[in-house]
Design a protein around this ligand. Structure first.
Ligand SMILES: C[S@@+](CC[C@H](N)C(=O)[O-])C[C@H]1O[C@@H](n2cnc3c(N)ncnc32)[C@H](O)[C@@H]1O
Length: 283
């Protein structure tokens, strides 16, 4: 039971393009009395959905204590607070510490998911991050900076999996990312893409390999607000790399939503279906 009349919504405000807000996010922004947005990464245009009389505040220069105090005061006055985080609040957003502080004060909150920049970057590259027989695993991580990496999560160890890797907060240290991945076993020919400000009007990207991406990124002048994507999945659209088709849409593979199509006289009876390891759950 909430102790106060208002409520805080932690909202994934998407990667930049306001049209990538969810309908729910937009409705809550429209209804909010106070909108607090991470002005370092969230587009100001997202706040244009707010009521003309709503209070709009930036969060980049605030401390956790100041931020929590602002939200708590508003909620105690019965206000609805839309706290806008870039992308999705579950990825490198520091939302958890805000939630913990609100909980301590008995303040109700709810999280509304958003489109992470990882998905905007993949969309901009026209890439699928999980391609059958190439990679079925995506590792979302960062290079160690002032925030230390937990034990067993150093990049050299993560590189052993030959998975698709996505690096947040790491472009300024791309030389270290490359050195660790090479030391961990990725060949120098491994494709790499760096997407800057995915989904914004001034979005740009650089593609290369582990051998040349550092120089290309430096030449392009890309610093912050960019993601590094690594892995063989990025090469799959090139002419000489055959794309392995999935079982999901393979006519000879039946599953919970579609009967197997056979091309001989031993066709399954009407309604006969096959189960499968990933049948009915992929999309
Ligand atoms: C504090 S993290 C926030 C990530 C966010 N929660 C998400 O899901 O995208 C900030 C980092 O996310 C990445 N990022 C955020 N928005 C981006 C965008 N539009 N294009 C490329 N990278 C972005 C950059 O690596 C940036 O340094």
């Amino acid at each position: 039971m909430a102790e106060w009349p208002g409520k805080v919504y932690f909202i994934g405000a998407g990667p930049g393009d306001p049209e990538l807000l969810t309908l729910k996010a937009r409705r809550i922004i429209e209804e909010a009395d106070l909108v607090i947005y991470a002005d370092s990464l969230v587009s100001r245009a997202v706040c244009d959905f707010a009521r003309p009389d709503a209070e709009i505040r930036k969060s980049a220069a605030l401390t956790l204590e100041e931020l929590v105090e602002i939200m708590a005061t508003a909620v105690q006055q019965g206000k609805t607070v839309a706290r806008l985080h870039t992308g999705d609040p579950s990825i490198f957003s520091a939302a958890l510490e805000q939630m913990a502080a609100l909980e301590e004060r008995g303040i109700e909150y709810e999280v509304v998911p958003g489109v992470s920049s990882v998905f905007a970057a993949a969309a901009s590259l026209g890439a699928e991050l999980t391609v059958p027989e190439v990679s079925q695993t995506v590792i979302i991580t960062r290079v160690e900076g002032r925030t230390p990496m937990p034990p067993k999560q150093d990049l050299r160890s993560l590189a052993q999996h030959d998975a698709t890797m996505v690096f947040f907060l790491s472009v300024p240290m791309i030389d270290r990312v490359v050195a660790e991945l090479l030391a961990g076993g990725y060949p120098a020919t491994t494709p790499v893409a760096v997407v800057h400000r995915a989904s914004w009007e001034d979005e740009s990207s650089v593609v290369g390999t582990l051998a040349d991406i550092t120089a290309k990124v430096r030449d392009a002048g890309i610093g912050r607000q960019a993601l590094i994507l690594v892995g063989r999945v990025l090469n799959c659209k090139k002419e000489n790399v055959p794309v392995q088709r999935s079982r999901l849409y393979d006519p000879s593979f039946g599953h919970g939503y579609r009967t197997r199509v056979t091309f001989n006289t031993e066709a399954p009876r009407h309604g006969e279906r096959e189960g499968g390891c990933d049948a009915g759950t992929a999309g």
